[in-house]
Design a protein around this ligand. Structure first.
Ligand code: HEM
Length: 456
């Protein structure tokens, strides 16, 4: 049995140890490379602190399951989010997290999503029209930006009852502001020294401005929903969106403050935008650089009929689903979670001290050749052939009590938007696949992926 100090560690020099690796935007790839070399438990050194990097899927699941009582997200995450006044469901812990989770979950229940479906369909039609325009103009399209406008519109309508309609706008201040927030939060969560508290760079100043814009937007939405509830008290029985659920709860529980509501609204916007949009863009990337899939995909699209946007109930669409799973495996948008034990504990055979940072790799199992044949190759068929691949062997949405609450919404959005794109258009990639870079900044996005759309 190894003690923590006996675990292997990649070479490092200098007092700060591996700190400089954490700043890299391809850290998720580096961690996989190290896992292949040092095994599924190894150690990094960040200054004086040792970090456990864990990728054994069974142990990762065990840790994720033991929340919120035995493990929590890294303490730094809560303090960074608290400082930015966005400490909501993602960063909260203990009783506060339990309360917030209970309040956000109803919005994602199947019955509520079914009720929301006509609005989701309308936003997807708008996306389809936007693709039509882009195909007609023949311009270069950065798909990830188009998908981000889509996911912001969907999330703001579901969570705030507000149709932001960024798809039809060239200038989208809310999306622009949100994209300034993520990278800075990501950097601060990993930073061993809170430099920004003593010295603000241009990025930090822009972060403050952008966050204020998002907060003002959310505050306006809250005021509108308060007014709606006052005008129609029946909505308290059947709330239409997350803000109405939270404002109704606030009437009964004065410990739920306006700040809590704003923090959760911003968290949901952040959590729902990039993850889903990046997954969609990676799906498009994977099929655009692989012509083996086109026949099976075209066949499925033909079987789904002529509709531009899928109707309710959303069909299973096994091949689109397989492409989505393959994108989640090969291009994981949320590859790792940062956690720590709340007391001295054991992970497998290893004794771990309270507060030891743990990097739990959600994406490592996807590259394990014992679980997936030729794990580096894109092969949607593996998900269709019996016994070849199991979704429980990848954990794109995390696991345990903090499993992503937005997963059903994300899957609906992905199926609808991907179908709307491929039903009517061919994608022509404008660069070789090797020029598209995986960039991790809280979520992992395709950088340099531009396409031209051609009407079928
Ligand atoms: C493909 C899309 C998505 C992926 C891959 C994804 C992935 C994840 C992951 C890995 C976590 C951490 C889970 C854990 O700690 O075990 C998470 C948490 C979360 N996600 Fe998602 N997510 C996606 C879409 C969404 C959407 C659409 C929403 C809402 C609109 C959402 C809301 C949240 C929230 C609120 C949390 C925090 C949950 C908690 O800490 O209790 N996500 N997501």
């Amino acid at each position: 049995m190894n003690t923590f100090e006996q675990l292997p560690m990649p070479p490092t020099t200098g007092l700060l140890g591996h700190v400089s690796f954490l700043k890299k935007t391809n850290i998720h790839l580096q961690l996989i490379e190290w896992t292949e070399k040092y095994g599924n438990q190894f150690r990094l050194r960040l200054g004086m602190k040792n970090v456990l990097v864990l990728s054994d899927p069974k142990l990762v699941k065990q840790v994720l399951k033991s929340r919120p009582d035995e493990f929590r997200r890294l303490k730094n995450i809560e303090s960074v989010f608290e400082e930015a006044q966005v400490n909501g469901i993602f960063s909260a812990e203990g009783e506060s997290w339990k309360h917030q989770r209970k309040l956000t979950e109803p919005m994602f229940q199947p019955a509520h999503l079914k009720h929301f479906y006509p609005k989701l369909k309308a936003i997807t039609s708008r996306l389809h029209q936007r693709f039509e325009k882009l195909a007609q103009s023949g311009e270069s399209v950065e798909l990830v930006s188009e998908f981000k406008k889509y996911t912001v519109d969907v999330t703001s309508l579901l969570a705030f009852g507000e149709d932001f309609n960024s798809i039809e706008q060239d200038h989208t201040p809310l999306s622009a502001a949100l994209s300034d927030v993520f990278p800075v939060v990501n950097q601060r969560c990993k930073s061993p020294i809170p430099i920004w508290r003593f010295f603000k760079t241009q990025k930090d100043k822009q972060f403050d401005i952008s966050l204020k814009k998002v907060r003002d937007f959310v505050s306006e939405c809250i005021e509108k929903q308060k007014q709606k509830l006052a005008e129609n008290p029946n909505l308290k029985e059947n709330p239409e969106n997350m803000l109405q659920i939270m404002l109704t709860e606030q009437d009964q529980d004065s410990t739920l403050t306006d700040k809590d509501i704003i923090s959760n609204a911003i968290t949901i916007l952040l959590a729902g935008e990039d993850t889903t949009a990046n997954t969609l863009a990676w799906m498009a990337f994977l099929i655009s650089s692989d012509n083996k899939t086109s026949q099976a995909l075209e066949q499925e699209l033909a079987d789904l009929g002529d509709e531009k946007v899928l109707s309710w109930p959303i069909p299973r669409a096994p091949y689109i689903t397989a492409i989505m799973y393959e994108a989640m495996r090969l291009k994981p948008v949320a590859p790792q979670l940062y956690l720590e034990p709340m007391k001295d504990t054991k992970i497998g055979d290893l004794n771990i001290k309270k507060g030891t940072p743990i990097f739990a790799l959600l994406h490592a199992s996807g590259f394990d050749s014992e679980l997936f044949d030729s794990p580096r190759s894109f092969n949607p068929n593996r998900w269709l052939e019996k016994g070849k691949a199991s979704f429980s062997d990848i954990q794109p949405f995390g696991s345990g009590p903090r499993l992503c609450p937005g997963r059903s919404l994300a899957i609906m959005e992905i199926k609808l938007a991907f179908h709307a794109l491929l039903q009517s258009f061919h994608i022509e990639a404008l660069q070789p696949p090797e020029d598209v870079v995986e960039q991790f900044a809280f979520t992992m996005s395709p950088v340099g992926f531009n396409v031209r759309l051609h009407t079928k």
